[in-house]
Design a protein around this ligand. Structure first.
Ligand SMILES: Nc1ncnc2c1ncn2[C@@H]1O[C@H](COP(=O)(O)OP(=O)(O)O)[C@@H](O)[C@H]1O
Ligand SMILES: [Mg+2]
Length: 332
């Protein structure tokens, strides 16, 4: 079967900046691939090359079997793109925006109106359809932007950081919408800085760093590389540390780590939130008092630390905070 997306050895530099160092990518039809990486790792550059907005310096790529360089019109006819920043017109209403996109896709006036209606309804924007989008919330903007990219019924959809900057509730709303598209068989390539987002949406994840693919796999495979989920607990009495580790051993997926001085016990677990409920019950039955217990899930930073031996740059050398700067850790 033709791959939805296929790329070999993509290289791109901007002046002195080597944005991509030879990217290979294969995406099966109907699957969701997440490109996961920190700011500046090359995510948007890959999306721009695959969507014909930018030529690679070398390497080849095709979408639905069409070469991005020699058959750009064919590529454009099968894709949808939602950029990192909303591409809709500020001064039009939601409905006018979607009708405009429909006309750009050569739909008749009537078909454009029908399609706009369908999409407004589907993305819970019907009530706001005739308001100028200047007054839309961030989440509504993103949904409208996604709706616009679906006008032409694309078979391959590119979403560049679809939820960056959204509050948790709007983020969940976008996730639901994306999941429903996937259920209909649309192939999705999404970029994200959040392991949790890739985890929720993507069947396979490609981790990028400085224009290189540094890991590929399912979310579970990546998390297992960093040791997966773990329960971290602090016992009230140092003397209980070892006993706690013994009590929790049946729930652990690997050897526990005990720091008696810090009264801290780390237990790798497979069962996620069920494991913590079982653990609390077992500790209680053994009369072991604790001052703190938490389930720690690996974050992008943990994956990065494990893969590269360093934390992501933004954290390493914090810049002066800019207003509106987003936190990679926050909100999820
Ligand atoms: N048009 C451009 N001109 C110069 N440098 C660019 C341009 N686009 C991207 N870059 C650089 O290429 C690298 C990768 O950028 P990008 O693909 O936007 O990363 P990401 O989307 O992962 O944040 C960064 O170092 C960025 O500064
Ligand atoms: Mg980007």
């Amino acid at each position: 079967m033709t791959k939805a997306i296929s790329a070999q050895g993509l290289v791109k530099s901007f002046g002195d900046v080597q944005a991509l160092n030879g990217i290979d990518l294969e995406v099966e039809q109907g699957s969701v691939v997440g490109l996961l990486g920190p700011n500046g790792s090359g995510k948007t550059t890959i999306v721009r090359i695959l969507t014909t907005l930018l030529n690679a310096d070398s390497g080849t790529a095709s979408v639905s079997g069409f070469d991005v360089q020699s058959q750009p019109d064919d590529v454009r006819s099968v894709i949808g793109l939602t950029g990192q920043y909303a591409a809709v017109d500020q001064y039009l209403t939601g409905r006018e925006n979607l009708e405009l996109f429909g006309r750009l896709f050569h739909l008749s006036k009537r078909d454009a109106a029908t399609r706009a209606d369908e999409l407004l309804d589907r993305f819970a924007l019907s009530d706001a359809a005739d308001r100028g989008i200047k007054g839309y919330s961030g989440g509504m903007r993103r949904r409208l932007d996604l709706a616009a990219s679906l006008i032409g019924r694309p078979s391959v959809l590119f979403l560049d950081e679809p939820t960056t900057g959204l509050d948790p509730r709007s983020r969940q709303g976008m996730w639901d919408v994306i999941q429903s598209l996937v259920a209909e068989g649309t192939t999705v390539l999404l970029t994200t800085q959040y392991l949790e987002e890739a985890d929720q949406l993507a069947s396979s994840i490609v981790v990028l760093d400085h224009g290189n693919v540094i890991a590929k796999g399912t979310s579970d495979e990546l998390k297992n590389q960093v040791g997966g989920d773990r329960i971290e607990l602090v016992v009230s009495n140092a003397a209980d540390s070892l006993r706690a580790a013994t009590v929790l051993a049946p729930f652990g997926s690997a050897q526990a780590t005990v720091d008696e001085d810090a009264k801290r016990v780390l237990v790798p677990v497979a069962g996620g939130s069920n494991a913590i409920v079982d653990a609390i019950r077992a500790l209680d039955e053994a009369s072991i008092a604790i001052t703190d217990i938490a389930l720690r899930r690996p974050t992008l930073d943990d994956v990065f630390l494990s893969l590269t031996g360093r934390i992501t740059e933004e954290d390493q050398a914090p810049k002066a905070p800019k207003s509106g700067r987003r936190s990679r850790r926050g909100g999820n």
